[in-house]
Ligand binder design. Structure first.
Ligand code: GLV
Ligand code: MN
Ligand code: MN
Length: 413
């Protein structure tokens, strides 16, 4: 078989994506497969069936990460690993995460169909709970596997209804027995949608990120005083929601105030008791700050934290701040980034070097092995929404880049 002419089947990839998109399909055309929910289990079961059909060696670890290994001619060599995640955002899209898992599966199917063996084993992986929306923070499976997060700390994380991570993992039958611990990996690739507007705007097919921006997550808890909305005069109120509102505007103004590349978002809020005629007694909200420059993000946070404390004091609402999660910016391995670029060039696709503003399991993986990613355009730059979409030709193009990157790397000895 002439390896140069090897291509994935775009049609088969499309049908795998479509079958996955039926699990947790939403009325608005997206999917909702929250981590460790029933839909996550169903999608995992289907994924494992597909791994079995390829006769891969399957392992599920104690964090529910699923690995399928295709042996290499030299079994003892560390594998080339590739994958992403199966879980989604609430009313999320049909591509985020699952494209990287189905893209890798399509690579393995292509190799099998063409009887192509490689020197090194190839391992496909589906990491548990990447999104960080049901259980926080994000990238929990890869976080524990790489040693960045403590397994028992993650087991005790709870969702909004108080369900424990470990209990949910057991409930869906995916608390495996293999230790969740890093093993030698030759290199790690993650294929993903861009989730932003740049590739479409620049009319490029493939994005080659040189790394991932730093992510900083905070949880803010405010205490007010509940009271009747009618008889209680405006003066002297301790309204937790108004206090939060003033703080949220500060978050939105932060990037402009700081200058430099930074984004800041409040995406989640809970208001208690959440009744139209009770002055809010308690509010929890989240802050997400991202920058390639870790120190810049920390400086921004220090400024914001001072503002929060001043606002809380002036409105009489005690504040409790949790610095939930910080992941430093993750530069990828230059040689691996170059190899991806070479594969794109030899396949004749247009491409753009870039930086990933979204978090990925590749961020933690880059700490333990040479890592790189492949992006394809998001239509309209929309992601984490039901209308998230990517052209099927682009999905196939990205999978071809992944195919060639994996085969080349798996023949490096
Ligand atoms: C992961 O989905 C992120 O928040 O970037
Ligand atoms: Mn993702
Ligand atoms: Mn996501």
């Amino acid at each position: 078989m002439n390896l140069k002419g090897l291509r994935v089947s775009g049609r088969r990839l499309q049908s795998a994506l479509e079958e996955m998109a039926r699990i947790g399909a939403t009325a608005g055309g997206g999917v909702q497969r929250l981590a460790l929910a029933d839909e996550d289990k169903k999608a995992r079961d289907l994924f494992v069936d597909w791994l079995q059909a390829l006769k891969l060696e399957i392992a599920v670890d104690e964090m529910g990460n699923i690995f399928g290994t295709r042996p290499g001619a030299q079994k003892a060599l560390p594998p080339v690993m590739s994958g992403s995640h199966i879980d989604s955002q609430p009313r999320g899209g049909r591509f985020d995460g699952i494209l990287g898992v189905m893209g890798t599966l399509e690579v393995l199917r292509t190799l099998e169909e063409n009887n192509i063996s490689t020197a090194r084993p190839i391992a496909i992986v589906a990491w548990t709970s990447e999104e960080g929306c049901r259980f926080t923070p994000a990238m929990l499976g890869s976080g524990v596997w790489t040693g960045a997060l403590d397994r028992d700390w993650v087991y005790n994380r709870t969702d909004l209804s108080g369900r424990r991570f470990e209990d949910e993992l057991i409930r869906i039958g995916y608390k495996g027995t293999a230790p969740c611990k890093k093993k030698p990996v030759h290199c790690y690739y993650e294929y993903h949608i861009e989730q932003g507007p740049v590739l479409e705007r620049e009319a490029k097919t493939i994005g080659v990120p040189r790394g991932i921006t730093g992510l900083h997550w905070y949880d803010i808890y405010l205490e007010g005083e509940a009271n009747q909305a009618g008889p209680t005069p405006m003066a002297g109120r301790r309204d937790a929601l108004v206090t939060a509102a003033e703080m949220i505007l500060k978050v939105n103004e932060l990037p402009q105030r700081m200058g430099g590349k930074l984004v800041a978002t409040v995406g989640e809020i809970q208001n208690y008791p959440n009744s139209r005629n009770i002055i809010p007694a308690k509010v929890h909200f989240t802050v997400d700050i991202r920058s390639w420059d870790d120190q810049h993000a920390i400086k921004a946070w220090d400024l914001l934290r001072n503002d929060f404390e001043d606002i809380a004091a002036s409105r009489g609402c005690p504040i409790n701040i949790e610095e939930t999660w910080r992941v430093a910016h993750a530069p990828f391995d230059e040689k691996r980034v170059q190899l991806i670029t070479d594969c794109v060039a030899s396949l004749g696709y247009s491409y753009l070097p870039m930086v990933s503003g979204a978090g990925h399991d590749a961020s933690y993986m880059s700490r333990v092995c040479p890592t790189a990613m492949i992006f394809v355009p998001s239509i309209g730059g929309r992601s984490h929404v039901e209308v998230e979409n990517t052209r099927m030709e682009d999905c196939a193009a990205g999978a071809n880049v992944l195919l060639h990157a994996i085969v080349r790397s798996a023949n490096e000895i």
